[in-house]
Design a protein around this ligand. Structure first.
Ligand code: NAG
Ligand code: NAG
Ligand code: NAG
Ligand code: NAG
Ligand code: NAG
Ligand code: NAG
Length: 588
């Protein structure tokens, strides 16, 4: 099967960074002083790995990296982006377009990380961040719980929380991960899997990327953190680059897992397999049981690092919208939007095309709009994926989830969400009767709607009338991104960004040849595709050329090592050979 995208990409990126970079920091030190966490519209190039959450009347954007033009010129090829040093917000009280939008900035005391999870506090007074990795090979910060308390006016302040109860002990046992799946109910933040490496947790050294098991739950009211078994999820209880969604079914809500890759526990680089959308893993919060439920319809191809948001329909359906990601089957970044409707477990593909991106963040805003923030096309390679100007100004896109269309901007006065017509038609034609339930228990769970989550902010202003079920969670899928986040405590000297980019390049190259399987374009609304719709054959190992596409190996040295150590003539193929990363010298 497919090796997992994320890791190879990271490696590549890292390597590239090193190769290009040692000299950069000095020569660009001056320009970096002028950087802006929210560059002017003409200067903005790309924002990658952001975490996005709605709190009150504002959508907050935290973490990640930004690249911009400096006086009309690209930044350095060695370090085209830098860690975002503050927390941004956009008002949802008034309409805006991606050119007229304005950002408010708050200073950030918390560590600067990529690919964080972000969780809205139960009282909607602010948000927590968790997990992620440092950009440019920075040393990861200690495992701490940081909270941003909003001031109600788009600003706010960061503070470290004192762990309560058993959390004091649990934190010492925990490992910070990146590319995990996260979601939340009103009270509880959930995150599962991901991988740990030297940029996420100080307990990991060298070049290892450990696939982690475990379903972590952080009760934001009590402050309790628990880690329970994820055995029952897929083959290994691990998942990377996927999306989790809290969905309001069953007596206590259900966690649904979408896409990504899996690998045996603690496996390091090179052994990850893509998870398809033919069946979805479910976790019943009432009983702690795992299930696997088949889907039908126009399923996405295998992908990771897409973004997803859920929204409550008016007629007891709950729809999840997926945008973009790294499409492993087509070997490209995706521009697609898919809708999964529950309880039908049926996928639809939105018509039309937009812009391809991965490692972006999303949120449900203004009742029925998916806001996409940032993202890059890693297939362009490093540093081009960061220097390539985002076709969307300020990296922002707004998708009308009822009309299934990208729009000119955010509408503060949008009508309440209605299921798209293809979805309503499917149900009105009796589609729900055709669901092939995994078993009677799952069928029963989805016949029941969970108590409203009272999530006050998922849809942004104006306040909506309470639907039968409130959106359980606007889930900020922590845009799983290329693994490279690094914070370096405000110091950008790192190469992490480069890594991310490198990843992109890897994919790009891979796309030129790899492949097998045409990605079928299913028609919007069709629900009769066989479960075997995907043509990509997971039983076949990724071919040598998959790895051979890469023409230069990832850098092995830590920042600070002379770049001359890296033979520039080495190809990526060495790095991504079937022998795996282990051939590469461990970093010191
Ligand atoms: C990041 O923000 C802090 C606090 O506002 C400031 O002291 C520091 O100089 C900033 N770093 C950079 C590189 O802009
Ligand atoms: C959760 O527990 C499992 C099993 O003990 C452990 O391997 C994993 O690292 C833990 N997860 C986190 C995020 O600490
Ligand atoms: C979270 O903690 C609060 C306060 O202790 C408790 O009332 C609530 O039931 C907990 N939520 C869950 C899902 O365990
Ligand atoms: C910046 O770099 C990108 C990628 O190499 C290139 O396409 C673009 O033309 C450059 N822009 C400027 C202003 O030099
Ligand atoms: C703004 O975003 C929309 C997608 O919501 C896109 O179609 C449009 O081209 C963007 N406009 C600009 C100027 O970037
Ligand atoms: C809700 O679903 C029922 C049963 O499928 C259908 O008859 C009704 O028309 C639907 N209402 C709306 C508003 O879609």
């Amino acid at each position: 099967m497919v090796r997992s995208w994320g890791l190879p990409l990271l490696l590549i990126a890292l390597r590239t960074c090193f190769m290009q970079g040692q000299a950069a920091s000095a020569s660009h030190a001056g320009t970096l002083q002028t950087r802006d966490d929210a560059p002017s519209t003409p200067d903005f190039l790309r924002r990658s790995f952001p975490a996005v959450v709605v709190v009150g009347d504002y959508v907050y954007i935290d973490g990640g990296e930004v690249s911009q033009l400096f006086g009309g010129k690209n930044g350095s090829a060695q370090q085209p982006s830098y860690a975002v040093n503050g927390t941004l917000s956009i008002s949802l009280k008034t309409s805006w377009t991606n050119t007229s939008v304005t950002f408010k900035q708050s200073t950030k005391a918390a560590p600067l990380l990529n690919q964080q999870a972000i969780f809205r506090d139960p009282t909607a007074s602010g948000f927590y961040i968790w997990g992620g990795g440092t950009p440019y090979f920075g040393q990861p910060p200690p495992l701490e719980i940081w909270k941003f308390t909003a001031d109600g006016d788009g600003g706010g302040a960061w503070a470290k929380e004192s762990p309560r109860g058993s959390t004091i002990v649990e934190l010492t046992r925990s490992v910070r991960a990146s590319q995990f799946s996260s979601t939340q109910s009103k009270d509880v933040a959930y995150f599962l899997g991901g991988y740990a490496n030297a940029q996420t947790d100080t307990s990991v050294t060298g070049d290892t990327y450990l696939a982690l098991p475990g379903l972590m739950a952080f009760n934001m009211t009590s402050g309790e953190l628990t880690n329970s078994s994820s055995t029952g999820l897929g083959r290994f209880g691990t998942l990377v680059g996927a999306s989790a969604q809290y969905v309001p079914f069953g007596p206590a809500g259900i966690l649904l897992f979408l896409g990504g890759g899996e690998a045996p526990i603690a496996t390091t680089y090179g052994a990850w397999t893509g998870v398809d959308f033919n069946t979805l893993s479910l976790y019943d919060l009432a009983t702690g049981k795992w299930y696997s439920q088949p889907t039908t319809g126009s399923r996405p191809t295998r992908r990771e690092r897409f973004c997803a948001v859920g929204v409550q329909g008016p007629n007891k359906t709950y729809e999840i919208f997926l945008y973009g990601g790294v499409d492993m089957q087509a070997s490209r970044s995706s521009d697609e939007v898919h809708v999964l409707s529950l309880p039908g477990f049926v996928f639809f593909k939105a018509p039309g095309s937009s812009t391809a991106r991965a490692d972006h963040g999303c949120a449900l805003v203004g009742r029925r709009q998916l806001l996409s923030v940032g993202g890059t096309d890693g297939f362009l390679g490093f540093p081009n994926s960061l220097l390539d100007p985002d076709p969307w100004k300020n990296g922002l896109g707004v998708f009308d989830m009822s009309r299934l269309a990208w729009s000119d901007g955010y509408k503060a006065d949008a009508a309440p969400y209605e299921s798209p017509s293809v979805v309503s038609e499917w149900y009105s034609q009796g589609g729900a009767k055709s669901v092939a339930w995994a078993n009677a228990e799952v069928e029963k769970l989805f016949a029941e709607t969970a108590p409203p989550s009272n999530n006050p902010t998922g849809t942004g202003p104006p306040p909506r009338d309470p639907p039968p079920l409130d959106p359980a969670s606007v889930n900020p899928s922590p845009s799983p991104g290329p693994n490279v986040g690094t914070i370096v405590g405000g110091v950008i000297g790192g190469l992490a960004v480069l890594v991310v980019i490198a990843v992109g390049a890897y994919w790009f190259r891979r796309s030129k040849t790899a492949n097998g399987g045409a990605v079928e374009e299913m028609n919007n609304g069709t629900a009769e595709l066989p479960a075997t719709a995907e043509t990509w054959d997971p039983s076949k190992p990724v071919s040598e050329d998959y790895w051979a596409q890469l023409d230069s190996p990832p850098p092995q040295e830590l920042p600070g090592h002379p770049s001359t150590e890296l033979p520039s003539s080495h190809g990526f193929s060495e790095v991504l050979s079937p022998h795996g990363h282990s051939e590469l010298p461990a970093r010191t």
